[in-house]
Design a protein around this ligand. Structure first.
Ligand code: NAP
Length: 279
């Protein structure tokens, strides 16, 4: 059977191509979509991610506001920034870059984002809507994984999908999205027993572990579809690519897999929000 490389750059470009006309129409009506990103502190990876998101906005004609707060910012100060952005009618999407410094109550900060501007699905209301199968903006990485599956016409109905990871912005929402598309879903985590045995039964594998090269090809069922959301230092995913490539029927590379599609989904959600223009 032919092996398929699930090319995230192709999927990402396809999404961006579809956005161009929509952004032009908005601009003709005096609206420029605008994404506000908030970065707290000086985490170099977070700085890179925020810069990449800003650059992607610029290339497509989306405004981006970058708010960079100092490392010692308090929860109250961050909440005040979020309130200002919530109230700013020119801002359509708000993204609080994760992780924030330890003194900040991250959950409280996420919850403060207006649901209408929660373009990364981080509020509990956004997550709830995703799980129930309605609402506008699922978290961008789960949405990207679903977009890759859709683009490559991978069928989910009746398939066993195993998600490794259960974080609020990745493992849990992608499990919900796969379930909504009629996959049978197993969500694994650090306390899961016999992970390799469970993966052996998987038709679809989503790696969202945060550990470089964690998932081994010998754990996979021959011909399975492997989507690696992992992004670790040195451009390394959460799967051991060489061995997983041998076993998989279709596989996302890192870089060039889920990452670029995640950014495109963020742009798409910002444009969607500008079109809804409820502010
Ligand atoms: P996270 O919050 O650290 O969550 C990691 C999850 O993996 C947790 O649920 C944890 O289980 C589970 N886990 C840890 N060790 C495990 C083990 N030995 N066996 C099974 N499960 C284990 O990470 P995250 O934010 O979801 O991110 C996951 C990965 O995706 C990272 O590599 C991150 O860089 C990447 N990421 C990529 C994008 C993108 O755009 N491509 C966006 C976001 C994140 P417990 O719940 O039991 O602790």
């Amino acid at each position: 059977m032919e092996k398929i490389i699930l090319d995230g750059n192709v999927v990402a470009q396809n999404i961006k191509d579809q956005l161009k006309g929509r952004i032009e129409s908005l601009q003709n009506n005096g609206i420029t979509p605008c994404l506000a990103t908030i970065l707290v502190g000086n985490n170099p990876s977070s700085e890179t991610y925020v810069r990449m998101k800003g650059n992607a906005c610029k290339k497509l004609g989306i405004n981006s506001i970058r708010v960079h707060l100092p490392e010692e910012t308090t929860t109250i100060e961050l909440l005040e920034t979020i309130r200002e952005l919530n109230e700013d009618p020119t801002v359509h999407g708000i993204l609080l870059q994760h992780p924030v410094p330890a003194q900040i109550d991250e959950r409280m900060a996420f919850e403060a984002i207006d649901i209408r501007k929660d373009v990364d699905g981080v509020t509990s209301a956004g997550y709830g809507q995703t799980a129930l199968g309605f609402g506008n903006y699922p978290s961008c990485t789960p949405a990207a994984i679903m977009e890759i599956i859709k683009y490559y016409k991978i069928s989910l109905e009746g398939k066993h999908a195993v998600v490794v990871g259960r974080s609020p912005i990745l493992g849990k929402p992608v499990s919900a999205l796969l379930l909504n598309e009629n996959a049978t879903v197993t969500t694994c985590h650090s306390k899961t027993a016999n992970l390799p045995d469970i993966l052996k039964q998987a038709d679809i594998v989503v790696a969202a572990v945060g550990k470089p090269k964690f998932i081994q090809g010998s754990w996979l069922k021959e011909g399975s579809v492997v989507l690696d959301a992992g992004y670790n230092k040195g451009n390394i995913g959460d799967i051991d690519y060489e061995s997983c490539y041998e076993a998989a029927g279709a596989i996302t590379p890192v870089p060039g897999g889920v990452g670029p599609v995640t950014i495109s989904m963020l742009l798409k959600h910002t444009v969607d929000s500008a079109e809804n223009n409820l502010f």
